[in-house]
Design a protein around this ligand. Structure first.
Ligand code: NIG
Ligand code: FE
Length: 400
């Protein structure tokens, strides 16, 4: 079945990945894929098909959140209170809180509990026009709980129809029951990953490279072993200090290198030679009240694709709105409105290796949202409880 959507405007990345707005637009969709987009007056001749006119509303590609820790249990409000009295994020983790606190709650929760919590959370993404997202494990740190988290991510995809990229973040921190990081990373390679790969629960591997987690030296052989098992990596890199993580990620040709506030110019040059996407996480920068900004000008100078994401997690970025993150990326990191929109569409798709998503162009999936606004910049400029009018997943309307 073929549909023609007509709208006051349609905005997307073009074939050069530049942001483009068509006015009095039309889009032809066949069997869930985009066949043609352009101005209504240029529409090619076509057979009989269903016409859907959305009037004065506009059409945007489905948004993509390429970095989330959406599946977790527990609450870390107490840590926010502590930080406001002067205790740092790193100190809280060293005292046994932080990631360890969420690990304890998530280990305790049943799969059903986790699914109910996550299903409720994911509604905020859906209502804001998100059609694909990444979900990381990393709050289990043992086979049983890591598997529980990634199974919930799978079920979320089955229940909502959204595309979910599952990232194994077993190397988040070293759990207390292991004597050394090396012993724990060996356990991941020998016991955890083979089981998760067999169960088809891993699309990529992530690690937290930081003084309070793992060093670049420890992660280098680990990531190589993951690569030998057929898995591309991404890294939480240089968030709180320059740990050499960005350079390591670039040398491993990581799918993405995330945070990068402290990355130096040599690391960014290495990134230029890789095919990796730089993922900026202004929510964590804001929430932890950081003051070192990522090297945006260097990323621009080297034409490194920039994505932005919520980093939704209970400790460093308890934020459930990708639209708010677009605003933060502009205000805090000085991105342009177009860079913010490209960062949650085409560049986020690249970070997740989703070749047919992230823009509206012939051959791409018809994942899109209809918005009752005059200009897509409104979603970036206004911090609001945004809700799209309608969402389409591969051409099928989503039932809210
Ligand atoms: O992206 N940096 C490491 N991991 C996550 C969340 C950690 C947490 O739960 O505090 C992050 O900030
Ligand atoms: Fe994160």
């Amino acid at each position: 079945m073929t549909q023609i959507y007509k709208s006051a405007w349609l905005a997307t990345a073009d074939s050069n990945n530049l942001w483009k707005i068509y006015y009095n637009a039309a889009m032809i969709v066949k069997d869930g894929s985009v066949v043609w987009i352009g101005e209504d007056k240029n529409i090619p001749t076509h057979d009989n098909c269903e016409i859907i006119d959305v009037g004065q509303s506009g059409i945007l590609p489905g948004f993509i959140d390429c970095h989330t820790h959406l599946v977790f249990a527990g609450d870390r409000t107490d840590e926010f209170v502590k930080r406001q009295s002067g205790v740092s994020y790193s100190q809280i983790q060293k005292q046994g809180g932080g990631i360890f606190s969420t690990v304890a709650s998530t280990r305790e929760a049943t799969e059903q509990d986790l699914l109910a919590l996550s299903l409720q959370r994911i509604q905020s993404w859906i209502k804001q026009g998100v059609t694909s997202l990444e979900i990381k494990s990393g709050y289990g740190l043992d086979l049983e709980t890591e598997k529980k988290i990634l199974s919930v991510a799978n079920k979320l995809s089955d229940l909502t129809g959204l595309t979910i990229h599952k990232t194994f973040l077993g190397a988040h921190v070293c759990p207390k029951e292991f004597k050394s990081s090396k012993e724990y990373l060996d356990y991941i390679i020998k016991t955890v990953l083979p089981d998760l790969i067999d169960s088809k629960l891993v699309d990529s591997v992530d690690a937290f490279c930081e003084s309070i987690a793992f060093s670049a030296e420890e992660l280098k052989p680990f990531l190589q072993q993951c690569k030998d098992m057929g898995l591309r990596c991404r890294l939480h890199a240089d968030q709180l200090s320059d740990s050499g993580a960005c350079e390591l990620a670039a040398n491993m040709n990581a799918l993405s290198v995330d945070h990068i506030e402290y990355s130096n110019s040599k690391s960014i040059s290495a990134l230029k030679k890789s095919n990796s996407v730089a993922v900026l996480l202004p929510g964590a920068y804001y929430y932890l009240n950081e003051d070192k900004k990522p090297p945006i000008d260097l990323l621009r100078k080297h034409s490194i694709p920039i994505a932005i994401a919520t980093d939704c997690n209970p400790g460093s970025s308890p934020i459930y709105s990708l639209c708010t993150i677009m605003n933060m990326s502009c205000v805090l990191f000085n991105l342009s409105v177009e860079e913010a929109l490209l960062g949650i569409t085409v560049n986020a798709a690249k970070a997740l290796n989703l070749e047919k998503k992230g823009k509206l162009a012939p051959g791409f999936d018809a994942d899109f949202a209809v918005w009752d606004i005059d200009n897509p910049a409104s979603l970036v400029a206004n911090i609001n409880n945004w809700q799209c009018q309608q969402l389409y997943l591969r051409g099928k309307p989503y039932e809210f």
